[in-house]
Design a protein around this ligand. Structure first.
Ligand code: ZN
Length: 252
């Protein structure tokens, strides 16, 4: 087995590892998003409940004040009924009139507060429903994350063990070049890329990463399995089996 083939085996294992860990990462990100949306709704609910408590306290104050005034009005009316002279009667009438006006202002305020309380209760219900819905999503997202984590655990361990063995077969300098590229590039197809066939008869191939044409001597090197990188972008090149077979068949 050539150096490039050995490296390619390692690359394939790394691609699988990357794919598995990538899918787990996506599930984790989805769960994080559900959790933060749920927490936001909970905060909203708390603040709405605090607002409602405050409004209800205001309402109780207004109603209490109204009751005090009403009691006073009732007392004054009693006095008016037993009043003996018209001067006193007139004075009581004026006071009752003033208190009745005050009372109606308070009644107005009380009604406004009650309406606001009703509106707030309705939107608290909406928030609660949204939180319940989000809570369900969060639960499913967590199950999915946990399931994926446990599903891939064994596969990841098996692939890591396989990797350990494959690494031992790759010559040190080639491995160093490969690992360096892996650190530099996040996408695996920027670490290693296949040659892409353009015209087999004329031996025209391009780099699978940057699509630039590759010289014939590079093609020859790859056919013999020598470690080769693209002269344009530096990606580590390999020949796919199908291409290699065609090229060999063409030679015969
Ligand atoms: Zn290239």
């Amino acid at each position: 087995m050539s150096t490039t083939e050995k490296l390619l085996r390692l690359f394939r294992v790394d691609q699988q590892l990357g794919g598995l860990e990538g899918r787990l990462g996506a599930a984790q990100r989805f769960l994080d998003a559900q959790e933060s949306a749920y927490a936001e709704l909970q905060t909203k609910q708390e603040s709405q409940n605090a607002q409602l408590r405050q409004l209800m306290a205001h309402l109780a104050n207004v109603e209490g004040d109204g009751d005090v005034i009403q009691k006073r009005i009732d007392e004054l009316r009693e006095k008016m009924n037993s009043s003996q002279n018209s001067k006193e009667y007139q004075a009581l009438l004026v006071e009752v009139g003033k208190l009745t006006a005050d009372k109606s202002v308070l009644d107005e305020q009380g009604l406004e507060h009650m309406e606001k309380c009703d509106e707030l209760r309705a939107s608290i219900q909406e928030t609660e429903a949204a939180a319940a819905e989000r809570g369900k999503l969060k639960k499913v997202a967590k199950q999915d994350r946990d399931k994926r984590a446990s599903e891939i655990k064994e596969k990841v361990e098996a692939l890591r063990a396989e990797r350990e063995e494959l690494v031992g077969d790759v010559p040190g300098n080639v491995l160093t070049a490969y690992e360096a590229r892996k650190v530099r590039f996040e996408e695996s197809d920027e670490v290693m890329a296949p040659l892409v066939e353009q015209n087999l008869k004329r031996h025209e191939f391009t780099c699978g990463a940057c699509m630039m044409g590759v010289p014939v001597d590079l093609l020859t090197a790859l056919m013999s399995g020598r470690f080769s990188t693209c002269t344009s972008c530096g990606v580590i090149l390999y020949l796919e089996e199908a291409s290699a077979e065609k090229l060999t068949a063409g030679k015969k």
